[in-house]
Design a binder for this molecule. Sequence first.
Ligand code: FAD
Ligand code: MLT
Ligand code: ZN
Length: 474
Amino acid sequence: VAPRNRLVCNAHVSDSLAARLATIVGTGNVFADADRRATYETDWTRRFSGPARLVARPGSTAEVAAVLGACADAGAAVVPQGGNTGLVGGSVPRGGEVVLSTLRLTSIESLDAAAGEVTVGAGLTVAALNEAAAAHGLRFGVDLASRDSATLGGMAATNAGGINVVRYGMMRAQVLGMEAALPDGGIVSRLFGVGRDNTGYDLPNLFVGSEGTLAVVSKLRLRLVPMLPQRAVVLLAFDTLGAAIETALRARREVEALTAAECFFAEGLDLVCRHAGIPAPFTGRWPYYILLEAAARTDQSMALAGAVADAPGVRDSALATDARDRTRLWAYRDRHTEAINAEGVPHKLDVAIPLARLDEFAKEVRAVVLDLSPAAQVVLFGHIAEGNLHVNILGFAPDDERPDEAVLRLVASMGGSISAEHGIGVAKARWLELTRPPADIAAMRAVKAALDPRGIMNPGVLFPRPESQVPRRE
Ligand code: FAD
Ligand code: MLT
Ligand code: ZN
């Protein structure tokens, strides 16, 4: 398979675009030297990397728009980048693009505690927003293990999910308004955040999940949710996945205060224990685990434990109500991504399967990967309530796309989604056609062509480059 993600191109050390961008963002905020570019050029997994022509770090919406306008005039492609925690290769250059970093856009404006709303700069992290919101008894409704680095703009651009979707929905459900700069230098501003607004096309909603291919999000008006002080967590072990799924769904039906329903498997737990240096949760080693959390203003431990106490197939369990024990149990789930990364450079596939077929998928996905390489390692975990499994594959070269293709074809054949939360990026662009019919793709391409006629916004992301398209198979 031809390596497409490691294009080589000589980055321009100085050029007239750099000079123009310096007049917009200041000389300290545009740079081309290799040392300063390095952290912007490789993604979190180390699977995707490429040289940037320049890095520009605008400090306001007007500067973002001016940078885009200048790049459009120069015909220079742009890769928007927030915290660079994306897992599908969409946040790093493929070869010679301008990286537009949002990391200076960290404002927190007009936090309205009564309404539970706040306006923030797109480069603010979830952790920083939570710190500010906590003073008002509030928090942000999306939480994920990358909370210290992932930016709210990047999360909007990928429609991030995370561990609390079962309660609060994905990023799209939190976005009340947005300011975004277009590739022609124009600015879309819908920040007033009224609860109801039926005045035509919902542009912020269009930009959510657009992965930097249409516009650069510079500000967001976001919903906040109450901080719920009483949290109970239960970790359950099973010897069949079917029983684990049934129990998670029972909790979703019966535990009104449920905030999380997550799953992991024995292989992942072993990696977490080894790399994090922590003991296994139970004396027995069971193949399947679910972690449930309920949160409210009153104690939820009885409601949570009661709902799962007599669930068929439970082999062991642990309940945590104080902060230290909760953190201890959550670590088994939260630390999967870093443990897998410590083991090697993973192929990360993030899929959703109809719940009725999740058990069957978990078995078959191993078979299709091991068929390609018996020495490969398949680590599954994810957000069980939505049928969202993270399929992590170790043991293939970064550019060997055979396991990706085999897994995504299996997902499509089972009526699933090839991306449940991380997006398409460059990693899955070749296979978008597996689950989006030609009419969908034609409509998406028409939107892209209308807003980005010169194709400067994150080329290669979402839509495959022509030479890498795969034929659609029924
Ligand atoms: P980046 O990685 O910088 O960019 C991601 C994409 O968005 C790129 O295509 C980029 O071009 C575009 N983009 C970034 N900022 C903007 C902007 N302002 N305007 C327009 N486009 C922009 N994801 C989940 O959904 N759920 C999880 O539970 C989860 N857990 C994770 C745990 C770990 C340990 C790690 C490393 C990652 C995890 N992720 C998860 C993936 C990642 O954190 C999310 O995709 C997050 O939304 C990316 O935010 P970011 O600021 O890092 O964006
Ligand atoms: C998670 O749920 O922890 C993530 O989406 C990150 C990953 O898939 O590794
Ligand atoms: Zn996830």
